[in-house]
Design a protein around this ligand. Structure first.
Ligand SMILES: Cc1cc2nc3c(=O)[nH]c(=O)nc-3n(C[C@H](O)[C@H](O)[C@H](O)COP(=O)(O)OP(=O)(O)OC[C@H]3O[C@@H](n4cnc5c(N)ncnc54)[C@H](O)[C@@H]3O)c2cc1C
Length: 196
């Protein structure tokens, strides 16, 4: 594992959980928090703070780290933990709230904080999730769920604006508050499915 912060420690712990023999090469003084260091020590994950001068190897065979002051460490694989970031600034340009890790904030329905803007997949998470799920099946499910909500929102917008124009009372059913508000908002339940 190359890296010395809490995220690198977290990945090292994940790898050790799979039974790997893990060494954390921090390329200088370790920056991980005391709890993270304690967790690493409990898992017998060794920490090497020597500066890393060069990395070489053959894919699938070995990786060799050249460390100061003049020794090498050879391992089967080297992991790094790049910091994820949004590739597109579109959501932020639209005014969507962004969480501290850069993920776009959504609710369980995929609604962002901007009406009519939805998000799904790796680019977003609910505040309750510690980080985006980052799995294909989750991204697909979130996209499908957002599509259902968008479809229902369009239906309600079209059907009920038509009925309001025709002079029918808007508060006739339990769904009326959401329709009156125009759309469900984060933290509110979404539209119910039409009763057939
Ligand atoms: C190395 C690696 C291994 C993984 N292994 C697994 C695994 O084994 N199983 C698993 O379930 N998940 C795995 N994942 C996670 C999985 O790939 C993601 O969770 C999933 O692809 C997320 O889907 P998404 O649609 O949210 O984002 P993406 O698949 O990243 O799709 C986003 C798309 O938007 C495009 N895009 C970005 N910006 C713009 C723009 N401005 N304009 C137009 N297009 C744009 C990108 O080019 C990309 O095609 C892995 C991820 C990585 C990186």
């Amino acid at each position: 594992m190359l890296g010395g912060d809490d995220q690198a420690a977290h990945l090292a712990l994940n790898l050790a959980r799979l039974g790997c023999d893990v060494i954390m090469c921090t390329n200088g003084p370790v920056q991980a928090s005391d709890p993270a260091r304690a967790a690493l020590a409990a898992r017998q994950i060794r920490i090497c703070e020597d500066p890393v001068g060069k990395v070489e190897g053959e894919p699938g065979r070995y990786v060799r780290l050249h460390l100061a002051p003049g020794w090498t460490l050879e391992r089967r694989a080297l992991f790094v933990h790049p910091v994820p970031r949004q590739r597109s600034g579109l959501a932020e340009k639209l005014g969507c709230a962004v969480l501290e890790d850069g993920a776009v904030q959504v609710n369980e329905l995929g609604q962002t904080t901007v009406p009519g803007v939805y998000a799904a997949g790796d680019m977003c998470r609910t505040p309750a999730m510690p980080y985006p799920a980052a799995q294909v099946i989750m991204a697909a499910a979130q996209g499908a769920r957002a599509a259902v909500v968008i479809d229902q929102e369009l239906l309600f917008t079209d059907a009920y604006s038509a009925s309001e124009q025709a002079g029918e009372p808007a508060a006739a059913t339990p769904d009326a508050p959401q329709r009156q508000a125009g759309r469900p908002r984060p933290g509110q339940p979404g539209p119910s499915r039409p009763r057939c």
